[in-house]
Design a protein around this ligand. Structure first.
Ligand SMILES: [Zn+2]
Length: 345
């Protein structure tokens, strides 16, 4: 499988002491090369994103704000997201990355790469996200003849920006499994947030309790994600996330292990779509991140894990009965809300 990469994305860097540093991207590329992993690295594809591509998602005032702040690097984009010098070019590189992965996937069915800034909305950034590369790439694809798109957001955090952008839209299905928003940033992503107007039913939020591990994820995927995406039958599927649902991640409290991350990639590749993309971005445990990302993309490429997870992560915590019961309740609640729109058994 092809993996899209250009060094320019390493400029996406919030600076010393911040959990999101630019070296995470070249570090993973070196890791792939050192291990001789079977991914063919390719540069960005087609023309860079235009201002019209960005305007299809973001409002002019917000784009100007980012461009101006990028020149000095002064101030904040949001409480957790400092501005930095060159952030405009860095965000454009991430948009170009995701658009490239989509362009490749339209030619070859599947592609992987970096991207997934799902906290950026029409007129705001936050959660280390500046421009919503997923939404920009999808709007580009829809303008270029792709009839419908689904997003499978398996990041530990809910993608509030992506949800907001497509909240009224019935051509884009947004499906997210994430940590219960009452316990973590961004504080939204409740099962009852289902979309609005024509888009009602096309936003699918599956919040899981802190500690949720492999069996909770499997219930959420098989009982909600799979039947809903199968029924929607998108032309294009973008799956995205990273290693932050891992039990060792310092910014989240979920309980997924490396095998669970690999399964997320496998599941994404098993959903029906003519063209599929997997994008990587999150993960704040330095030791686990490259292995988690590798697990996801190997799963997505229909490869076995290719490494022994216990050597990396030690012994994973058991899926606690109490957590599974709470996950069961959360999934049943989401099913009762969503069965109004989808045929769920
Ligand atoms: Zn995250």
């Amino acid at each position: 499988m092809k993996f899209v990469y250009d060094d320019s994305i390493s400029s996406y860097d919030f600076g010393p002491g911040h959990p999101f540093r630019g070296d995470r991207f070249p570090s993973f590329i070196r890791f792939l090369k050192e291990r001789g992993e079977p991914f063919e690295l390719v540069g960005y594809v087609g023309e860079p994103p235009t201002i019209e591509d960005l305007r299809a998602v973001h409002d002019e005032e917000y784009l100007n704000f980012l461009r101006v702040r990028s020149q000095t690097g002064h101030g904040m984009v949001s409480l957790d997201t400092p501005a930095f010098k060159g952030m405009w070019e860095a965000a454009l590189s991430m948009v170009y990355s995701s658009m490239s992965a989509v362009r490749l996937a339209l030619k070859e069915r599947g592609a992987a790469g970096f991207g997934g800034a799902h906290h950026a909305g029409v007129n705001y950034g936050g959660g280390f996200c500046l421009l919503n590369d997923i939404a920009i790439a999808i709007r580009w694809a829809l303008r270029n003849g792709v009839g419908s798109a689904a997003i499978f957001d398996h990041d530990a955090h809910h993608g509030n920006g992506t949800m907001d952008i497509f909240y009224d839209d019935d051509t884009v299905l947004y499906v997210s499994i994430h940590q219960d928003p009452t316990t973590i940033y961004p504080g939204v992503g409740f099962a009852r947030q289902v979309g609005r107007g024509r888009g009602e039913g096309y936003t699918v939020n599956i919040p899981l309790p802190p500690g949720a591990g492999p069996s909770s994820y499997e219930m959420a995927f098989e009982e909600l994600v799979r039947p809903i995406v199968e029924s929607f039958a998108p032309k294009l599927l973008i799956a995205h996330g990273g290693s932050d649902p891992h039990f060792l991640d310092p910014l989240t409290q979920l309980g997924l292990d490396l095998r669970g991350l690999w399964k997320l990639g496998r599941w994404a590749s098993s959903l029906p779509a003519d063209h599929r993309v997997e994008l990587l971005i999150s993960g704040y445990n330095e030791h686990v991140r490259n292995w988690g990302w590798l697990g996801i993309v190997r799963g997505f490429a229909s490869l076995d894990m290719g490494f022994d997870p216990e050597e990396i992560e030690g012994r994973a915590p058991n899926d606690d009965d109490y957590v599974i019961r709470r996950a069961r309740l959360a999934i049943d609640d989401a099913k009762s809300v969503l069965s109004k729109y989808w045929n769920l058994s």
